[in-house]
Design a protein around this ligand. Sequence first.
Ligand SMILES: [Zn+2]
Length: 502
Amino acid sequence: MRALGVNLSKVVVHIDLKGSPPKLSYLESIFPLFKDLGVNALLMEYEDMFPYKGKIANLSSNICYKEHELRKFITAAGRAGFEIIPLIQTFGHLEHALKLPEFKHLREVPLYPDSICPSKMESTTLINDMLKQIVVFHSSIYPLKHIHIGFDEVFHINKCAQCRLWNQTDIDIYFNHLQKVKGTVKLWSPNTTVLIWDDMLRGIKLDDFVHRELTNTEPVYWDYAPSLRVSHNNLYKYHKNFENIWIASAFKGAEGRTATLPSLKNRFINHVEWLKLIFHYKFGGEKNIYNFEGIILTGWSRYSHMDPLCEILPVAIPSLVLNLLMIKYFQEGQMENAYLLETSEIFNRFLKNDFIKHLQCEDDISLENFETSSCTFKGHKIYSILEQYIFQNDQILGKVNDVKEGLFSLEYYYKLNHLNMNAILPDIKWCNESLLDLFATENRIFNLMLQYYDVVVVQEYVNYKFYEGKKKLIGLLKLLKRYYSIHTWYRNPPQRYKFYIS
Ligand SMILES: [Zn+2]
């Protein structure tokens, strides 16, 4: 049976904690679902949510997890059968460290707090401190099999005077830094395999991999788009140089940096495409089917430290369930011919019934127009209210623009004190009602989100989501009230009809 399916030793769910940690009790409550759907590891991207100590304590947010609660969570995860793979960035995406005054001087380019300069001694000290605390903490609970050290999107490399002094290529700097970081991991946990995102490797030629020290290192080829652009040539390079290759899809956080809900269809197609690609994958000239080591279903919470919150975890559960189900069926060999079928047919034929069962829905579900009004899965209430928010907010922003344009077209008559008040009053009424509607939706989202997140995260989320709508409504209301202040009209045609644009 197994040979018919897809061999993936690891099915990993990425928990992106960046500045917005779900309550650990909530994460723990999803363990049975994860277990049921074949998940066997969690990739914990801590960023500023790990309780760093000592000189690097400021790397942690004020709302980071407490050490004892994290220890309890990891112990419970292990007992439930999940391997914990910590992810900490060690080259790019180090904004939570490099934004701080005390580490500002370690930036590769002074203006940008993302990439660290690998040539400075203090950079090595900072990374060593982070790795030591993460590795020692995790391996004190369970042996650390894997650690993910990021290494993606290093936007600034080989730019500072100190790096350029050595006359090295960007590729040399990249591999030297990789070796250094791996050396540190090895020091604290000799048997840990290091995972890296693959994007920085994509442009490196096969010859440039020669003589690099790549043992215990495994790349994760990521692509989150509905239509994959995976290069077989790159896969081949990784195959020739690394013991294993992992792949990464996205169940949320790939619809744009300000998205509220994931697109079930896009997320599904992304996973379908990946599974079709790896199904019975063979490298050129090889007889055997290649087995990718694992799939990481990424769930981005922010595009970077300084970006807004995108889709929250509870509303991405439907996407996660659907894609985990499909991976499970691919593994079990239940979807033998699926790679030949269209996406909607795969959904309808193999997955729809079980998906509906998992989400506890009474009505039929459509991949195209997914909505959850008849479903009772945990999180359905927040899903529904966010659907309502999107509709309401779009309507309000659209009408605010229309009313403003209308007012602008009447500005000449406003200057002349010659306006029809009856035309303005309904808009004032609409603004007031819309503000009340927004406040009501905001309150409902606020209260529902408190089940899943710390109050600080909830405040950030609702303040951000409602900022534009409320600001524009209040601005319009002020304008309308100014227009509405005309109560005395004069005999026509007054001299004041002469109005010049200056
Ligand atoms: Zn440098």
